[in-house]
Design a binder for this molecule. Structure first.
Ligand code: TPP
Ligand code: SF4
Ligand code: MG
Length: 281
């Protein structure tokens, strides 16, 4: 399958240089290299600049309301476990209004891939503070500097029992593509936090480029939970790669008794039209 099979041909509306382009290319390449067919994939997106990705990926797409990517993605996966379900959320979407869904999707181990485009601001609404905006940063809604310490999404995912926890960088597309491939292949909840500059409202490109390094280059055992917790707290440098990975039964497997078979795979009984036909006599 070629990358262009996943291209709708629409021209993205994102600002030139936006990190969303890198994420889009990485996802298209990952889908192509995994040999998936467009009709086998569903992308669920939230509201925000990131959410436009569903216009540019030629797969089934559901552009849902702000913060509700995970409930939608979970429902789709349960209804038809044969589908590859990928959620795309922004940091505002995933860690502010929609934060409550993350620990539950992680502990349930729903077999979906959750990609968070973390540009550390509300991009679409023109640059307000989010739960991952660093301390002291001036944004439109924090003109005197952000007074709140940021949330650590990797620690939250690890503590919630996510079975695949990774971080990528939109400026390292090949590396991100490999993470997306691994996340999709992983049987269970794959959480991928992507560091992404918003070149218009919070341009972190230079700082990220300097601080980011690949975990593989310095050696890390992704089955080592304690090491993952330590690495997730590094601030002097920012590791990218797979922090933690473990196999556990998925939500769909645990739920199989009630989903026998899942709704989308049920053969519908032929409808009884006798009463309707009777009414025409
Ligand atoms: C329920 C609801 N509340 C608020 C909004 C307004 N709103 C639209 S996008 C957005 C934030 C987007 O930020 P983020 O999720 O980080 O996405 P980005 O634009 O940065 O990709 C907000 C608050 C909305 N659309 N719906
Ligand atoms: S506002 Fe920021 S996140 Fe949105 S398209 Fe522009 S650069 Fe990208
Ligand atoms: Mg954002």
């Amino acid at each position: 399958m070629e990358e262009r099979a996943f291209d709708t041909g629409r021209r993205p509306v994102w600002c030139p240089g936006c990190g969303n382009y890198g994420i889009l290319i990485a996802v298209r390449r990952a889908l192509a290299e995994l040999g998936l067919r467009p009709e086998e994939v569903v992308v669920v997106t939230g509201i925000g600049c990131h959410g436009r990705i569903s216009d540019y990926l030629k797969v089934n797409a559901f552009h849902t309301i702000h913060g509700r990517v995970l409930p939608l993605a979970t429902g789709i996966k349960l209804a038809n476990p044969r589908l590859t379900v990928i959620g795309h959320a922004g940091d505002g979407d995933a860690y502010a209004i929609g934060l409550g869904h993350l620990p539950h999707a992680a502990r349930r181990n729903v077999d979906i891939t959750y990609i968070v485009h973390d540009n550390m601001v509300f991009g679409l609404t023109t640059g307000q503070v989010t739960p991952t905006t660093p301390l002291g940063v001036r944004t439109k809604s924090t003109p005197f500097g952000n007074p709140e310490r940021p949330l650590n999404p990797l620690l939250l995912a690890l503590a919630s029992g996510a079975t695949f926890v990774a971080r990528g960088f939109s400026g390292d597309v090949e590396h991100l593509k490999e993470l997306v491939k691994q996340g999709i292949r992983h049987k269970g909840f794959a959480f991928i936090e992507v560091l992404q500059p918003c070149v218009t409202f919070f341009n972190t490109y230079k700082e990220l480029k300097e601080k980011v390094y690949r975990l593989e280059d310095e050696g890390h055992d992704p089955t080592d939970f304690e090491a993952a917790l330590r690495l997730a707290q590094r601030e002097d440098r920012l590791p990218i790669g797979v922090f933690y990975k473990v196999e556990r039964p998925t939500f769909e497997e645990a739920f199989a008794h009630a989903m026998n078979p899942p709704p989308a795979l049920r053969r519908l009984a032929p409808p009884d039209l006798s009463r309707l036909l009777e009414s025409f006599r």
